[in-house]
Ligand binder design. Structure first.
Ligand code: 5RP
Length: 220
């Protein structure tokens, strides 16, 4: 946790008074929200939007009010976690199942920071199973399609039931292994009817803050 906490603390330095800030999802983001709540309690004045019900609940429990995403004119900065990051600041996200709203909020943010511990750094994306959010109506057909594409799909379950995302979709995790062309794969997948979003985040992060046990480093 120290590594994640170090990255989380560093990211707070990028938040300035008056900003609208997007809050990502996951354990690293929750450490950041805890730090942020201390700043808010001592006078930092910001507006926050959230990327998931989980984050909204977590922030609310710390007294942080969450604004409707569609009610804010712009988002200055979003701070989120990631499951894998390559040297080109491309990532796989969606381990927490929030990829759709995370991508929408990130796309609408002036700047995006990811906070990760050093275990998330890879030379090539793909060791972490790629989450693909799909319309339940098409899920079985999509599993067959992804099998044909040799993506090794598995529908994500919890307690033997398909997990349902905040927007009412299923997630299919694909154990692909090293991805040679992440941009081409993202495009190909998004062309398939029933695919809502893909956990490849390309050209989104402006900074990645890496937490080590005794320091942080920033990729930009
Ligand atoms: C959720 C995500 C998370 O940001 C990602 O899974 C990292 O989580 P953690 O900070 O718990 O390692 O993409 O959809």
């Amino acid at each position: 946790m120290t590594k994640k906490l170090n990255a989380a603390k560093k990211s707070i330095e990028y938040i300035q008074d008056g900003m609208t800030v997007g809050l990502g999802t996951g354990s690293t983001v929750e450490l950041m929200i805890e730090e942020l709540s201390k700043k808010i309690n001592t006078g930092l004045n910001i507006k926050c939007v959230s990327t998931s019900n989980r984050t909204t609940k977590f922030a609310n429990n710390l007294g942080i009010m969450i604004h409707e995403f569609d009610s804010v004119a712009k988002i200055d900065l979003t701070i989120d976690g990631a499951d894998e990051v390559d040297p080109y600041l491309r990532g796989i996200k969606g381990g927490g199942g929030a990829l759709l709203y995370e991508k929408i909020v990130a796309y609408n943010s002036e700047k995006n920071i990811w906070i990760v511990d050093d275990s998330k750094l890879v030379n090539k994306l793909g060791s972490f199973p790629l989450p693909i959010e799909v319309v339940p109506f098409a899920a079985r057909k999509l599993v067959v399609k992804f099998e044909q594409m040799k993506l090794n799909p598995v529908v994500r379950k919890s307690d033997n039931k398909n997990i349902v995302t905040d927007s009412g979709h299923f997630i299919i995790d694909c154990r692909i292994g090293e991805i040679d062309d992440a941009t081409a794969l993202e495009k190909e997948l998004k062309m398939i009817p029933g695919v809502v979003e893909v956990g490849l985040f390309i050209d989104i992060a402006d900074y990645v803050i890496i937490g080590y046990s005794d320091r942080t480093a920033v990729l930009e």
